[in-house]
Design a binder for this molecule. Structure first.
Ligand code: SAH
Length: 242
C-alpha cells in the first residue's frame, strides 16, 4: 500500500543508506533499473518479486508504463520498492513517479541515496569543491533530446567544477562547446566509469582530448581544476603539511 522510492547508491550494497536497506529487506516487490548492482538486489527477501524496467538503449520501456506499473503494484502489495541508482531525485525521474502515484491516490515515500554525481568523483579521489580550486559544482546531464542546443557553451566557468552525468556519447561536443565558451583546452578532465563497482575505471586527460577517450557508459565526467586531484595527490598534500 506504500511505494518507496529508494536510492540504491552508486554501486556496492554497503553504500545503500540504512533506511534504504531496511525498505529493500521488507519489500514484497522490487521495481529496479539496469544500473542497480546485483549485490543491492541481494538485500531483498528471497521470496520478493523483482521487476527489471531498465531502459537499455534500443529496448524501450516508456516512463508512463513504469508509472502505471507502480500504481497497480502499489494497490496490490503492502510494500513496493522502486529502486533507482544513486539518488532517486537526481536525474532519476523520481519526482514524476511520485506525482503519478499521488494522482492515483497511492501513498509513497522517498529514501535518499548517495548520488553518483558526488560519489563518482570521490571514487577517483576528486574533492569537487577543493578550496582555492573550485567555488562550487554544477551537476548537469549531457543527454540532449533532439538537436545539440549549444548549452555547454554557457557552462564554461573556470571557477566551478562541472560534473556531467549521461555525457559519454556527447563528450566530443561537450568538450568543443566548453572550449568555444572560453574554457582552456588544458582544463583537467577525469572520467569515472562504473564507480564503486568491481568494474570501476578512472581515466584522466585534458579537455581537448575528452572526445577521443575510450570510455563507456555509465560514467561520470568531471571537468575543472579539481579533476587533476587524486587520492595520491591529497595524501602528498597532507603529508607536506605535517
Ligand atoms: N539517480 C542517479 C543518476 C541517474 S542518470 C544518481 O543519483 O547517481 C544515469 C547516469 O548516472 C549514468 O549515465 C552515469 O552518468 C551516472 N552513474 C550512475 N551510477 C554510476 C556509477 N556507478 N558510475 C559512474 N556513473 C554512474
Amino acid at each position: 500500500m506504500t511505494v518507496y522510492l529508494v536510492g540504491a547508491g552508486p554501486g556496492d550494497a554497503d553504500l545503500v543508506t540504512v533506511r534504504g536497506a531496511r525498505r529493500i529487506a521488507e519489500a514484497d516487490v522490487i521495481v529496479h533499473d539496469r544500473l542497480v548492482e546485483r549485490s543491492v538486489l541481494e538485500l531483498a527477501r528471497r521470496d520478493a518479486e523483482f521487476i527489471d524496467v531498465g531502459k537499455e538503449p534500443g529496448r524501450f520501456t516508456s516512463q508512463s508504463m513504469i508509472n502505471d506499473l507502480l500504481v497497480s503494484l502499489g494497490r496490490r502489495f503492502d510494500t513496493v520498492v522502486r529502486l533507482k541508482g544513486g539518488d532517486p531525485f537526481v536525474f532519476g525521474r523520481g519526482g514524476e513517479e511520485m506525482m503519478a502515484l499521488r494522482d492515483a491516490g497511492v501513498a509513497s515515500e522517498v529514501v535518499p541515496g548517495v548520488t553518483s554525481a558526488f560519489a563518482g568523483p570521490l571514487a577517483a579521489g576528486i574533492p569537487v569543491t577543493h578550496r582555492g580550486l573550485s567555488r562550487g559544482v554544477t551537476v548537469v546531464t549531457g543527454h540532449v533530446e533532439g538537436h545539440d542546443d549549444g548549452y555547454f557553451r554557457r557552462l564554461a566557468n573556470p571557477d566551478l567544477s562541472l560534473v556531467v552525468l549521461m555525457g559519454v556519447s556527447a563528450r566530443a561536443s561537450i568538450a568543443s562547446q566548453l572550449i568555444e565558451g572560453g574554457l582552456s583546452s588544458d582544463t583537467p578532465v577525469c572520467v569515472i566509469e562504473s564507480a564503486w563497482t568491481p568494474r570501476e575505471s578512472v581515466t584522466r586527460a585534458v579537455l581537448r582530448d575528452l572526445g577521443s577517450l575510450n570510455v563507456s557508459s555509465p560514467a561520470i565526467i568531471v571537468i575543472g581544476a579539481c579533476a587533476a586531484l587524486s587520492v595520491r595527490e591529497l595524501m602528498a598534500e597532507t603529508s607536506s603539511l605535517v
